[in-house]
Write a protein that binds this ligand. Structure first.
Ligand code: ADP
Ligand code: MG
Length: 261
């Protein structure tokens, strides 16, 4: 099966990477895709948000990066049908040092995903840490495309040029086909004039790379992780969940167009 590997990256923290990983994955799974989330953040928020408690985490993305277990051994199912995860643990904090002298240190995730076990998933979403470190580079090297969440705030575009520069470097070296799947604006508050201005600015700068879907700031979305549930399961009807379902259909449409091209 042809799969799509999408890395969710932005070196800024708190912009909605993990929330997008969890809810986009759940929305894709709900539409019938077979989805894998790879949690590459030592904080493990994607793992927690998908209901994998710390004490249950045995093998993790650390084992993937250190070649100490196979993808098949590490993957665990979540409570969401069609959605599995490679959880993360704090061990990941030290992994950069541990593999720094290995010649294939940026290829570890890519290699793990070039396997039959990985091809069972139609979508693989990789949740990155808030840094352009070796973990994020591994995710960019492994991916077909990257999806960038931008928070609707005054400094939304700050740091984006550095991110795109890194994407450019990865393209020049290890992954020439790396594409931008799209840019999603998160935590949008329609009552806030500044947020409207930010949306207009971002659309002007980045054009049709920006998804039509705006993810609203929504308290149900922020509550859901404390119940170990994606917002889409916690409260399907809330505006945030509906927006993530809409984002999933945009992502799929872009994939269809790309395949047809
Ligand atoms: P990142 O992974 O980029 O650090 P998160 O997805 O963890 O960002 O989001 C940062 C914080 O903002 C979290 O507390 C999260 O619950 C909250 N948050 C994210 N998206 C929304 C939203 N649409 N509405 C309300 N809160 C949100
Ligand atoms: Mg995160």
């Amino acid at each position: 099966m042809l799969n799509r590997i999408i890395t969710i990256a932005n070196q800024k923290g708190g912009v909605g990477k993990t929330t997008t990983a969890i809810n986009l994955a759940t929305a894709l799974a709900a539409i019938g895709e077979n989805v894998l989330v790879i949690d590459l953040d030592p904080q493990g928020n994607a793992s927690t948000g998908l209901g994998i408690e710390r004490k249950e985490r045995r093998l993790s993305s650390y084992d993937l990066l250190t070649n100490s277990a196979t993808l098949e051994e590490i993957v665990v199912p979540t409570a969401v049908p069609n959605l599995s995860i490679v959880p993360s643990t704090m061990d990941l904090l030290g992994v950069e040092m541990e593999i720094s002298s290995a010649s294939d240190r940026v290829l570890r995730v890519k290699k793990a995903l070039q396997t039959d076990a990985a091809r069972r998933y139609s979508y693989v979403l990789i949740d990155c840490p808030p840094s352009l470190n070796l973990l994020t580079i591994n995710a960019m090297v492994a991916a077909h495309s990257i999806l960038v969440p931008l928070q609707c705030e005054f400094f939304a575009l700050e740091g984006l040029s550095q991110l795109l520069e890194t994407v450019g470097q990865v393209r020049q070296t290890l992954n020439p086909a790396l594409d931008i799947q799209g840019i999603v604006l998160t935590m949008y508050d329609a009552r806030n004039n500044l947020a409207q201005q930010v949306v207009a600015d971002v659309r002007e700068h980045l054009g049709d790379k920006v998804y039509t879907t705006l993810i609203p700031r929504n308290v149900r979305v922020s509550e859901a992780p404390s119940y170990g549930k994606p917002a889409i399961i916690y409260d399907l009807k809330c505006a945030g969940s509906q927006a993530y379902l809409q984002l999933a259909s945009e992502v799929i449409q872009r994939e269809r167009r790309r395949r047809a091209a």
